[in-house]
Design a protein around this ligand. Structure first.
Ligand code: HEM
Length: 452
């Protein structure tokens, strides 16, 4: 095994990453880690998290091996870029993701949720189980793609759906391998990635060109008809007046497609697992839905009346944060609460472990959504709860993901009770995102809250 030859802590981490991160984090503070030839520091102290992600942000960037591995697909988009370039891109994109603006996209999310409910109805009628993991991937990919491209995408949806699993699989192989040859080297991964990526690139470039043409022809200029790509294309940097070039738009579109769907899909897959383990919680959520909507699927306007649903999603993200680990590269020396950090060293965050520290979370292994009820102490330290990271580089799509999750889960729960078809345990598998160890196959009981 290559990681054993390279040495350091890589072998232990490769064996059981989640267990190893939890064990090392439990000592608290800042713990050294040797990753191949690079020295790293695992941070488990919220004050130090704050220092790196907020107070001394300028001393850290994303040129770490993990981020370098995904640049082949994401290019220099918002997730992977840094410095002044990232700041400008974020400034341009940010307004489209403000809570109020995200509401503009909510009808798309409701439609995707309704389509999924219709598929689940058909499966129930046929007495068949559903593969919730695959369904959540499909719904969240369609949601982000339709939000980006609007009705331009119709003919391309199948192709995007077809190539995405290959692209995600190849990115996972690259992230977990210490050797990442450029795309032209004919490795097994590259041979699969190349055709999938060139197909996706061609689709995205065509969609960008179509959008430019339609805008030039004076179509889709009314704000209520604008999809996200139009918003990004028309947005001007407040400071410089610049707009994004086609190449920048391509990288941002790829970034939003990738950052915006597998994360949410995995969170939702875990949520169904947790609701199987806690049938009482399903009933509680269904009662909340009846009280808020009378039993019809919730819209974005109903969400303030569904605090328990939001808390269940937040608790799912605590126990199973899709981005279970992320890191930064130190650009210069720093001091992390007494631990010196040198230029070129890595600072590593493991939300999965941080969210399980007993001095920060009571009964950390227990599913207790009430810890996210308004005013509770536990959720007040935003540097102890990092499903979306924190500071200026906090997830751009956090509001989108929360609204999307609430609408999808609320819609499905208002029509079904769910149980896992196979009661054997499902454990967490840390890939690029935190996956379930086996498919989440659900047996559904048709139980509409609104009489049909
Ligand atoms: C439950 C779902 C999601 C989770 C758990 C999640 C988590 C994260 C995390 C942890 C980061 C920070 C990574 C780092 O700094 O190293 C991030 C960044 C980002 N996410 Fe999300 N994300 C989710 C959904 C979304 C959605 C729906 C979108 C877009 C539609 C999105 C777009 C982005 C972008 C563009 C960034 C880069 C932000 C920047 O660096 O300025 N994410 N996300």
């Amino acid at each position: 095994m290559l990681s054993r030859l390279i040495g350091g802590d890589l072998a232990d981490l490769a064996q059981d990453p989640l267990g190893e991160f939890c064990r090392r984090s439990s000592r608290g503070g800042v713990v050294p880690l040797q990753i191949a030839f690079t020295r790293g520091h695992l941070v488990s102290d919220p004050a130090v998290v704050r220092h790196v992600l907020l107070d001394n942000l300028a001393n850290y960037d994303k040129h770490t091996p993990a981020f370098d591995a995904v640049r082949i697909v994401l290019g220099n988009g918002m997730l992977t870029s840094g410095g002044a370039f990232w700041k400008r891109q974020r400034r341009i994109a940010q307004p489209a993701f403000h809570g109020e603006k995200v509401r503009h996209f909510a009808p798309i999310l409701s439609r995707m949720a309704a389509d999924c409910a219709a598929d689940w109805e058909a499966a129930t009628a046929a007495g068949a189980p559903v593969d919730a993991g695959t369904d959540m991937m499909r719904v969240t990919l369609r949601a982000v793609a339709e939000t980006l491209f609007g009705d331009d995408m119709a003919g391309d949806a199948n192709e995007i759906n077809r190539v995405f699993p290959t692209i995600l699989g190849c990115l996972a192989s690259r992230v977990s391998s210490p050797i990442r040859p450029p795309l032209w080297v004919p490795t097994a991964t590259n041979r699969r990635l190349r055709p999938a990526l060139s197909s996706l690139n061609a689709t995205v470039e065509r969609l960008i060109a179509t959008k430019r043409r339609r805008l030039a022809a004076g179509e889709q200029t009314e704000p209520k008809h604008r999809d996200l790509l139009t918003i990004l294309m028309l947005a001007r940097d407040e400071e410089t007046g610049e707009t994004m070039s086609d190449a920048q738009l391509r990288d941002e579109v790829m970034t939003l497609l990738i950052a915006g769907h597998e994360t949410t899909a995995n969170a939702l897959a875990w949520l169904w697992v947790l609701l199987d383990r806690h049938p009482d919680e399903q009933e509680r959520l269904r009662a909340e839905l009846v009280a808020a909507t009378g039993g019809r699927p919730p819209t974005v306007d109903d969400l303030p009346q569904l605090p328990r649903l939001k808390a269940v999603i937040q608790e799912t993200l605590r126990l199973y944060p899709p981005v279970w680990m992320f890191d930064r590269l130190a650009l210069g020396p720093d001091d992390l609460a007494g631990t010196p950090v040198a230029k070129g060293e890595l600072v590593i965050f493991c939300p999965y472990a941080l969210h399980r520290l007993p001095h920060l979370w009571s009964e950390p292994e227990t599913f207790r959504p009430e810890r996210f009820e308004a005013g509770r102490e536990e959720q007040k330290n935003k540097f102890a709860y990092l499903p979306f990271s924190a500071g200026p580089r906090i997830c751009l799509g956090a509001s989108f993901a929360m609204i999307e999750s609430q609408i999808i889960v609320g819609t499905l729960l208002s029509r079904f009770r769910v149980r896992l078809a196979d009661p054997r345990p499902i454990i967490a598998e840390p890939r690029v995102t935190l996956r379930t160890s086996r498919p989440v196959i659900l047996r559904l009981e048709r139980a509409p809250l609104l009489p049909t």
